[in-house]
Each structure stands twice: as C-alpha cells, then as structure tokens.
Design a protein around this ligand. Sequence first.
Ligand code: T6T
Length: 326
Amino acid sequence: MKKTMTAVAALALGLSAMIGAAGAQTGKKYTIALIPGLTTDAFYITMRKGAEAAAKVVGADLVFQGAPEFNPVQQAPVLDAVIARKPDAILIAPTDKTQLVQPLKKAADAGIPVITVDTFIGTGIYQTGQGDADFPLSYIASDNVLGGKIAARALAKAIGDKGKVYVSNVEPGVSTTDQREQGFKDEMKSHPGIQVLQTQFNDDDANKAASQMQSVFARNSDLAGVFGANLFSALGAANGVQQAGQTGKVKVVAFDAPTSMVDNIKSGLIDVAIAQHPAEIGYFGVMSAYAHLTGQSIPIAIGTGFTEMDKSNIDKPEIAQFIYKN
Ligand code: T6T
C-alpha cells in the first residue's frame, strides 16, 4: 500500500475542524460556487461530495455548475452565469491556464474571491503581486509533477525498464495534465532503456485515445507501455490496448480511479492506477473559502495526496475508499 498525504493537508485537516466549530456561530449563510472542469467526470463528482461535506459543516450553500465538456469555450459562459448569481466565493477548476484568466478576472473585479481547485491559471503561484493571473487566493490540488513521476516509475517497473512508451494526454494548456506529462518525462530521463514517443492529444475523448493507441501500436509493434494522463486518456488507451489484442503485453499506467478501474486492474488491462483525492480537494476548497469569508488568512496552496492501486491492494478497504464516486 502506498498512500501519501502532505503535511500541509494534514495541518489543514486540523484547522478545518476548528473553522467548522467557529463557523457555526457566525450566523451568515454563505453561497459558495464550485465550477468543475466538466460535470459528468467522476473526479469532479467526487470533488463535489467533499465540497458538500464541508459546506454542511460550516452551514454554507454549495452551488455546483459546470459545462458538459472539458474546454474553455464552454466553461467561460458557465463562469459568467455563476458570476451573475453573485456567490460569496467561487471555486473553479479552470480548463486552460491562459484562456480562463480574463473570464476569472471579471469575478475578482466584481469582488468575488476566487480559489482554483485541481487546475490553476498562470503559473499557479498566487498572491505574488506579479503578472496578471496571481489574483486567486489559493490553489488546492494534487502535486501533478510528482504524480507524473510516480506514473513513470510505475510504468518503468512494469516494462522491466526498457522499451517504447508514450503519453496519452488531453491537450496542451491544461495545468494538471501538462504537469503530469512534464513529471513523467523528467523521471524517464533516469531510465535510459526507455524511449518516450510523441505524446498523443485526445481532447479528453476516450474514443479518440483508443484509436490513437491503435495507430501508435500499428507504427510501433514493439510498444511496451502507455501512460494515460487522466481518466479519459487512461480508459481510452486501455480500451485501445484491448482492441489491439495486447492486454497484459502493452502495459498501462492510469491517472485517476473511476469505478471501472477495479475490473480493469483485476483483469490485468491496467497495471497501476494513481488515484487522486478529489474529495479532499473539494473539502479544503470550501473550508478555505469559508475561512477567508470569515476573516481568516488562508494558505496560498494546499497539496492533497495520491493512492497507488494495483492488483495487490485494490480489494483493501483503505485503498478502495479512494475509488471515485459516480
Ligand atoms: O485528472 C482529472 C483532473 O485532475 C484533470 O485536471 C482533468 O481530468 C480529470 O478530471 C479526470 O478526467
């Protein structure tokens, strides 16, 4: 079993209990909006559950409003609509590092505190007084560079430290998946027997990821492995491996852990899944917003943990609890 939790998150856990106790006494009912990357993704559905749990503790109303697809063109009008409702704070997973800067600035200009969850805008380092994207108060997320490194180590181990691999990714400009790819490639520099082929971008479409996998395999019959850098990339790449009749031969390391991951790991289609802790992200997002609204200072960043899942541990309750909710 490998489970990590940062000291910051542990500290925040303690603090949030105190905030909750104090909050119940302030009287005002705050409305906190959570705008996910897309509404139908088990990752954000699980984040919402954590956010709702925190909202209950502090007596806030949580509004969950998002787009049906993961892209800035659809997310920006949702954000505009949320701003028009004048919530007390906005938690958002921006679907692009640069394209959401101006739309989010409108929220900040309207006096609505902004916290980004999962993804970031600009550099992700906020409250520096530098640049045009440092205005969010806090960034609450997994350490995605580290996650990419963990994925690379798992894939290297699965393929015996040699052979061709590639990253199945969403699209450039998404902070999380960019960082996972970066961490993966950085780590692979220490594995000279492994050749990293060109990344395939699938627009968060599992079907596209599956057909890309088959094309990569058609060009490289000695393909050893693939890293699916998010839920849809991973499920799609795994389906592509299965359709190519390569289950167990082309190794798959997945980021994220939807319910289908259990069967995929048990059948040997996916070797390792790196589960994020989205419920923690939602929980600390709401707690941070509430703390700010009630006059507390809040950390500019909170890091949440990962749980690595494989055949040896997937049935253990302490691991299975991190499978995402539907
Ligand atoms: O991997 C998560 C999230 O962290 C990423 O920003 C976008 O994709 C997911 O929502 C999974 O689909």
